[in-house]
Design a protein around this ligand. Structure first.
Ligand code: NAD
Ligand code: IPM
Ligand code: MN
Length: 352
């Protein structure tokens, strides 16, 4: 099992250390860890946020475990040199178009949620976020209008093949869950979304066992807070999925809890090649303090074991150990507790 570890910036290295602690504690056979530079850290050492050798390492690996990138000191660099370009570059270079962001209440831990416990209890949803298209990857720039003003632009576009493949991923995910799929768009205003909706409806013909519904993204944001229990699988574009998943994290309890898998079509010896990362960023406001919650990172490692290595049992063990640690009151500051990053990593490893 060749695993590329890209810790990145801010809290990245702190949470990565705890994920590796947990993986080590599983005593998996035949694991090779490779470490690579990425983000602002890579820019400083190599002059680029995604150096060629890091990309090469990720191409050769079966899976990439990714911490976070982002550094306020790099915010004024030219865009192609900014840390965030590293994660965008990896997602597109590796063809990782399907981003799975599960959000589920943990039984007995409904009081972690920012919502009332009786509302939070029912949360068990999966956001399937398209990851290679949308306004993220369209033509962008700054130009001068005829009136002499500066104007920024980012083109939002989806081709039908891009929509079709993520729709298949989402329908298949729904088949493996409760059989309900809600496609989230803004088809009342955007042409991109109308095409999205048309293609999702076309693909639905192949999945008569899945109940498909559509929802506008503004309503979806509201419904996630009003009654998140209504959702099983949600499928949406790159930008809407980014926003809705951060929101879903607070419905569960904290952004420090939500993991993700980014998958493409490439198979490994044991499963699907992927990149696994928490949904949160480098949290510069708490970096270097040992205060970050590493659970999202640890749960991302569990998703890696499941999707890239076919080790469902180990994945479930890690998830159960995280839930047990929380049940035992091991909580970081993000959840109103006092446990530090290392305390949490050790507590999870002890409960495996
Ligand atoms: P962020 O997710 O880094 O932080 C938002 C808030 O949540 C902050 O208050 C932070 O302290 C808190 N938080 C995040 N993760 C936490 C954790 N594990 N434990 C406890 N608290 C946690 O988002 P931001 O502040 O908007 O962005 C900071 C930087 O991260 C930016 O440069 C941004 O571009 C980048 N970013 C990177 C990724 C990624 O690498 N995939 C994702 C999101 C943001
Ligand atoms: C995420 C992040 C990234 C995104 C940024 C850092 C490019 O917010 O992984 O959710 O927008 O996809
Ligand atoms: Mn995000």
């Amino acid at each position: 099992m060749k695993i590329a570890l890209l810790a990145g910036d801010g809290i990245g290295p702190e949470i990565m250390e705890e994920a590796v602690r947990v993986l080590d504690a599983l005593r998996l056979p035949q694991v090779t860890f490779w470490r690579g530079d990425v983000g602002g850290a890579a820019y400083r050492r190599h002059g680029h946020p995604l150096p060629e050798e890091t990309l090469k390492m990720c191409r050769a690996a079966d899976a990439v475990l990714f911490g976070a990138v982002g550094d306020p000191e790099c915010d004024n660099l030219e865009r192609h040199l900014r840390p965030e370009q590293a994660i965008l570059g990896l997602r597109s270079e590796l063809g990782l178009f399907a981003n799975l962001r599960p959000a589920a209440a943990m039984p007995g831990l409904e009081d972690l949620s920012a919502l009332r416990p009786e509302i939070a209890r029912a949360i068990d949803l999966l956001i399937v976020r398209e990851l290679n298209g949308d306004v993220y990857f369209g033509e962008k720039g700054t130009r001068t209008t005829p009136g002499g003003q500066r104007e920024g632009y980012d083109v939002m576009a989806y081709s039908e093949s891009e929509v079709r493949r993520i729709a298949h991923t989402a329908f298949r995910a729904a088949q493996g869950r409760k059989g309900r799929l809600c496609s989230v768009d803004k088809a009342n205003v955007l042409e991109t979304s109308q095409l999205w909706r048309d293609v999702v409806v076309e693909v639905s013909a192949e999945y008569p066992d899945v109940a498909l519904s559509h929802m506008y993204v503004d309503n979806a944001a509201m419904q996630l807070v009003r009654n998140p229990g209504q959702f099983d699988v949600m499928v949406t574009g790159n930008l809407f999925g980014d926003i809705l998943s951060d929101q879903a994290s607070m419905c569960v309890g904290s952004i420090g809890l939500l993991a993700s898998a980014s998958l493409g079509e490439q198979q490994t010896e044991f499963g699907t090649k992927g990149l696994f990362e928490p949904i949160h960023g480098s949290a510069p406001d708490i970096a270097g303090q040992g205060a970050a919650n590493p659970m999202a990172m640890i749960l991302s490692a569990a998703m890696m074991l499941r999707h890239s290595f076919g080790r469902e049992e180990d994945a479930a063990r890690v998830e159960a150990a995280v839930a047990q640690a929380l049940a035992d009151g091991v909580k970081g500051a993000d959840l109103g507790g006092t446990a530090g990053t290392k305390d949490i990593g050790i507590a999870v490893a002890e409960r495996l």
